[in-house]
Design a protein around this ligand. Sequence first.
Ligand SMILES: C[S@@+](CC[C@H](N)C(=O)[O-])C[C@H]1O[C@@H](n2cnc3c(N)ncnc32)[C@H](O)[C@@H]1O
Length: 496
Amino acid sequence: MTEQTQQNQAPEFEVGQLVEVTPERAAHGGAFVARVDGRVVFVRHGLVGETATARITGRGPKGRFFFADVVNVDVPGIARRPHPWSAADSLAHAHPLGGMEYGHIVPTVQRRYKKQVVAEQLARLGGVPAEHPMLTDLPIHALPEAPGATGEGLNWRTRAHFTVERATGKIAMFPHNSGTPVPVDSFPLVDSRIESLGLGELTFTGVKRLDVAVSATDMLALVFTVPASQNMVEVADAVEATCQEAWGNIEDRLITLIFTAEKQAGRRRGAKPADIVRGAGNAALLETATVYAQDFYWNVAANGFWQIHRFAPEILGNAVLDMARLRKSQTVYDLYSGAGLFTAIAADAVGDRGTVLSVEGSPLTSKNAADNFAEDGPSRTHRSERTTVRVERGDVSRVLTGVTAEVKAGRFPAPDVVIADPSREGCGKTVMQQIADLNPPTVVYVACDPAALGRDTAYLRASGYRLMRVEAFDMYPNTHHVETLAVFTKYSGSQR
Ligand SMILES: C[S@@+](CC[C@H](N)C(=O)[O-])C[C@H]1O[C@@H](n2cnc3c(N)ncnc32)[C@H](O)[C@@H]1O
């Protein structure tokens, strides 16, 4: 009897049913793979090798697999520890909050699982031989602990967002697999400067969502999203009074409050109200990082994209520079560039006679990039004062179509190095083909999703590129997320 037939004949599980599981390995996405009565169950909050009772929470298409949460540990694995945040602990709550799903695992073992998942995706989806030492010995780096951290892998998030409960005005977060928000007093992953605000004790009536950010230069910004049904000025007045009462003079403390209208189906409903800015009045935060002894600066909108781990800009900046091996006068394309983290570092490295193309789709973040690289913009260094930095706002594929035509016509230089740092969905086949058609000798891929990296690796390999180096960074401790840097070079020999 085949495994498939066995599975078809195995009994189905009901949602809510309890099953005994012994997870075999970590899966992409934060769950662990277990087999129960011939069926695959993706178990969250588990641990490889331990025996636990799990409650079935969902069913995959045609019952081919199931989802479950561990609710009781019968024989704990040695890597299990008390969860640092009870609200996210499946042993303490029937609907544990998302965002810290690896909290019950000791950090060294969290990294072992992440490394295994990256290697597996590169092998399974990317076609890299599983036994290659690049995968079997894949390095995964821990980041330094954030200042003031109250535990290992805590307080590293310089950006966080909360939903605000309509009835109570209290900040709240969502359980994994549930649309019902749960009020939170604290979130142990946030930076200690955010944690010290005690946001959970305050009431933000009339607000729908709160985004909070703290910069490397100690500037704090709170962005309140206000539904169209509310009077934004009244909401802003009330929230400002609450914040002044709780924190004293917010201006002196470099705290900015920004009130912005909720977008309705992609556009603001009714007349577009201007954002209201109060407190220190900084709609953008000044970020800084030191890379290979050079200090860099960027202005980043309070709700624009910036790497969320306190030390990520510095660690990733150093690693990308190290892997890209940039030289004077080269041309670098920085795709999915955000506010220009890697653009700045590349421009400094290629110097006055070099060129950097920076492509970003978000209008807000792309505007930051354009300002950062204006003639006297904050991201220029003494070495990149006259570097040609071209900032393009738009979809990477669309921009590359135009740029490729310019390259063919000899109006713009072809890339020596492409840096690609896409969102979780990855670049995809079209963009990878466009990159390959531009024929850069080196591609540095910065991946926040191992499966996307695996898929995009396959496209690049099919176009004659070879994976030369891969390293993972534990930039999101206590979650299943992991950042991976991969370097590809154009293969010109006869062997693959
Ligand atoms: C992971 S972030 C990286 C940003 C930057 N490299 C950094 O480290 O700060 C990905 C960025 O790609 C942008 N983005 C996502 N899809 C895009 C697309 N199709 N075209 C252009 N930009 C896109 C997002 O707005 C986001 O700023």
